[in-house]
Design a protein around this ligand. Structure first.
Ligand SMILES: Nc1nc2c(c(=O)[nH]1)N[C@H]1C(S)=C(S)[C@@H](COP(=O)(O)OP(=O)(O)OC[C@H]3O[C@@H](n4cnc5c(=O)[nH]c(N)nc54)[C@H](O)[C@@H]3O)O[C@H]1N2
Ligand SMILES: Nc1nc2c(c(=O)[nH]1)N[C@H]1C(S)=C(S)[C@@H](COP(=O)(O)OP(=O)(O)OC[C@H]3O[C@@H](n4cnc5c(=O)[nH]c(N)nc54)[C@H](O)[C@@H]3O)O[C@H]1N2
Ligand code: SF4
Ligand SMILES: [Mo]
Length: 746
């Protein structure tokens, strides 16, 4: 049999053709008829077969007994969770339970739709996620400028003439905050039609190799470079916001802030000549249609929010925001906040509604920065985290100062993890609840379709039924919800699910601007009644969305049923201009100069005169890897090890290190030894180590990963270094010293 299915592994959402025999995957190909990916896929897709069959993937709940994790039945596991969690909340209250949510939740309907339900039941402010080691700076800047948590413009790469890309390597990552399968083909076509691609990166990445121009930049200085471009636009009369002009607030404040950042002032800081910076500004202004795009390298750094903001300031000032071939807003079919309610203005976003207990860092979008997690567990007092729930996360490898966090996890009174592996994080849990194979899930990219370069919708039904003893992930999450909500481990999950959908429907019919406003909730619920779980909620979101069937009012519109009839997906067209309707700021304007962001410019000014003597560490991604969790699949990890320390030959000469030798890398918080890979692709003064490795921890049960352990680069990342506006960790530009390990001949 052949099943057509969206790949759940990264943000590209490729359509796959998966052949099966019985309960076995026999082959994985790209689906040539997929409306978005047209047959493209990457090597990770083949590994879905191995992931599904991986003997180390957990199939049974585990409960800690006498220091070791034993397989048990579900009822026993949930009873143990109830004992563990209620002991902590009874003695110390709800704030004593923390939660950490990992990246795969964003690729999983159960995670997207039921984690919020669980969090409401937990009622804790101590919520952490992978977002603050990732894209939070962009969510903060875009939220302040345009009004919602996902008001993030995406570069319209299929129609642009000029793409300035900073801190992203889509040829390895396949794109991020930019859902566009086959980035390599799309970038090639951009150049074939006479367009220009410029990549700014401290490393000549695979993407930089394919570009018309690669500009080396000193890590963490993108905001300086971007500000100098803004400065040039103002000084030389190149600003041309065009049709955006009546929708803008704060242009003069940006002009004033940019004054101190002339290209000559920032050139040394960035390691980019003033002439190059000026030329980039002129090229951007002159291109008929252009887009500036930044990703991980511009977010996970000291000035993450400022850099993220300036990227869109440049898009606005050159008239490229919201224009075809520029940086545009997607209109997603389901769950889009920018397509919900009356358009044109809204409540905007608000941060700092509460603060972390120990360091006082502000909440953003309902969560606290994960750089605070360890101290919140370690530090005694009212509100100390004593129990932790993790869902699809591996913070022991993915977040700063992994050694400190591992010690903190080990000291928890209770920890429960929903995961597919017993790994560096879940080994600390008292109860591990196994999520089933991804191929048993219904799949729809609720999050990523908000960031796609076309409006698309694609639903994949479960490919395999659950095996005996497996539980759908949404049911696991609802049983945890019932425990957290005081209904107990034995509560009726289906009744709880009915309650959840009932609430959503009632909210929707009461929402002004909703196509369901004023409708009878019982009729809507009856129309949804044939489904349950994530599919039922998805059906509501699709049918009440901008392309939905509106439960009869628009009969040819979208629903899960319609998508089931379109196994290759539905293309809803190219992006179209949406300003002002897309805006949800209180003013109804694009806030070009949000006060909190402008206030942070002082910090950037201080950094203009800072000495830049030390070596700094940056990360990198490899096509065959996926953060920390796909290293147990032999097809992906076999061959030359990729967890190497990239070092420039001139630095190697000075340090006396040769290719293949072991280097010792030390930061304020830790030390790792890693094999040196000499390459001129890295900027002198910079070293690069990928993250997600370090699979040599006792108690983890990932046999393949253990034989390709690598080292954990986050033993070097410093939990005291963060971007103040977003709380995002600094994972790039970490000061390090490199030496030959003692005892070796030098
Ligand atoms: N130094 C450095 N650190 C980084 C980064 C960097 O560039 N440099 N990148 C950061 C980024 S962008 C991210 S997103 C984070 C990721 O941070 P995390 O999300 O914490 O880490 P992952 O490695 O993605 O771990 C995912 C976990 O989910 C589990 N899992 C996989 N599939 C499922 C499923 O279907 N259900 C459940 N319940 N569990 C599942 C895996 O076994 C694994 O334990 O790492 C960050 N850390
Ligand atoms: N194969 C694979 N694909 C993935 C992942 C994976 O682990 N492996 N992870 C997924 C996830 S969770 C995410 S968030 C995305 C991330 O997707 P991308 O943002 O494309 O991530 P990277 O490939 O790490 O590229 C980041 C680039 O930033 C550069 N850089 C580092 N510091 C700086 C700096 O200060 N300034 C500038 N201008 N550049 C800098 C690095 O050298 C690197 O080339 O990838 C996703 N896709
Ligand atoms: S690029 Fe991403 S979505 Fe496409 S096949 Fe590879 S892992 Fe899957
Ligand atoms: Mo990420």
């Amino acid at each position: 049999m052949t099943h057509f299915r969206t790949c759940p592994l990264c943000e590209a959402t490729c359509g796959l053709a998966i052949s099966t025999r019985g309960r076995e995957v026999t082959g994985v190909r790209g689906d040539a008829d997929d409306v978005f990916s047209h047959g493209f896929l990457c090597p990770k897709a083949y590994a879905l077969k191995d992931l599904d069959a991986d003997p180390d993937r957990l199939r049974t709940p585990l409960v800690r007994r006498g220091g070791k994790l034993d397989p048990v039945g579900w009822d026993e596991a949930f009873a143990e969770v109830e004992r563990g969690l209620t002991a902590v909340t009874a003695a110390h209250g709800r704030q004593a339970v923390g939660a950490y949510l990992g990246n795969p939740n964003a690729h999983n309907l159960s995670g997207m739709l039921y984690v919020p339900v669980l969090l409401r039941a937990l009622g804790t402010r101590n919520v952490f996620s992978a977002s603050t080691v990732d894209q939070m700076p962009k969510q903060v800047s875009a939220g302040l400028m345009f009004g919602t948590i996902l008001s993030i413009p995406v570069p319209d790469i299929d129609r642009t003439d000029y793409l300035l890309m900073l801190g992203a390597n889509p040829l390895a990552s396949n794109g991020s905050l930019l859902t566009a399968p086959d980035m390599k083909g799309r970038l090639r076509r951009l150049r074939e039609r006479g367009g220009r691609l410029v990549v700014v990166d401290p490393r000549r990445s695979r993407t930089a190799d394919e570009a018309d121009e690669h500009v080396f930049i000193r890590p963490g200085t993108d905001a300086h470079l971007l500000f100098a471009m803004v400065h040039t636009l103002f000084e030389d009369g190149l600003t041309a916001p065009g049709r955006l002009t009546p929708h803008l607030a704060g242009v003069d404040d940006v002009r004033t802030s940019a004054r101190d950042f002339a290209p000559e002032r920032v050139a040394d800081v960035c390691g980019v000549s003033a002439a190059t910076i000026r030329r980039l500004a002129y090229e951007l202004a002159a291109a008929p249609r252009a887009a500036v795009y930044g990703r991980i390298g511009t977010c996970t750094q000291e000035f993450g929010t400022l850099a993220s903001w300036l990227i869109d300031v440049l898009n606005v000032l050159t008239g490229n925001l919201d224009r075809e071939g520029g940086a545009m807003f997607t209109k997603a079919a389901a769950g889009s906040r920018t397509a919900h309610g009356p358009g044109g203005r809204g409540r905007g976003v608000q941060f700092g509604r509460w603060r972390s207990r120990v360091r006082g860092l502000p909440e953003v979008y309902g969560e606290l920065p994960v750089v605070c997690l360890a101290e919140e567990i370690e530090t005694p007092g009212d509100g100390q985290i004593r129990a932790l729930v993790t869902v699809a996360g591996n913070p022991a490898l993915s977040t700063p100062n992994g050694a400190r966090l591992a010690d903190a996890l080990a000291a928890l009174e209770f920890m429960v993890s929903v995961d597919i592996y017993l790994n560096e994080t879940t080994r600390h849990a008292h109860v591990v609840l196994p999520a089933p194979s991804t191929l048993t899930n219904g799949h729809y990219d609720l999050a990523l379709y908000n960031l796609a370069i076309r409006n698309v919708a694609h639903y994949s039904p479960p490919l395999f039924p659950l095996d005996d003893g497996e539980l759908e992930e949404w049911r696991i999450l609802l049983r945890l919800t019932a425990i957290a909500g005081g209904q107990g481990a034995q509560a009726d999950v289906d009744a709880l699910d009915d309650f959840v959908i009932g609430q959503l429907v009632h909210r929707e019919v009461a929402a002004s601007g909703s196509p369901l406003a004023g409708r009878d909730p019982e009729t809507i619920l009856a129309a949804l009644a044939s489904r349950r779980g994530p599919e039922r909620i998805l059906d509501l979101l699709l049918r009440s969305g901008p392309y939905g069937d509106h439960f009869g009012a628009n009969p040819s519109g979208l629903s899960v049923a319609l998508l089931e009839d379109h196994p290759h997906g539905v293309d809803l067209g190219a992006l179209t201009p949406r300003v002002p309707e897309v805006l949800r700021t209180p003013s109804g304007k694009i806030e070009l100069a949000p006060p909190s962001v402008v206030a942070d410019v002082a910090r950037l000014r201080t950094a203009l005169v800072r000495a830049n003597g030390h070596m700094v560490l940056v990360g990198r991604r490899h096509l065959r890897s996926n953060n920390s969790w796909m290293h147990n699949l032999d097809v992906l990890v076999k061959g030359r090890p990729t967890c190497t320390l990239q070092l420039h030959p001139t630095d190697a000469l000075r340090l006396g290190l040769a290719d293949g030798e072991t280097a010792r890398v030390a930061s304020r918080v830790g030390t790792v030894d890693a094999p040196v890979e000499l390459t001129e692709a890295i900027m002198p003064g910079v070293v690069s180590l990928p993250h997600g490795w370090g699979h040599d921890q006792p108690g983890a049960a990932m046999r393949v990963a253990r034989t390709h352990a690598g080292v954990n680069s986050n033993l070097l990342a410093d939990e005291t270094a963060f971007d103040p506006l977003s709380g995002n960790a600094v994972l790039n530009g970490i000061p390090v010293t490199i030496t030959r390990p003692a005892g070796r001949e030098g």
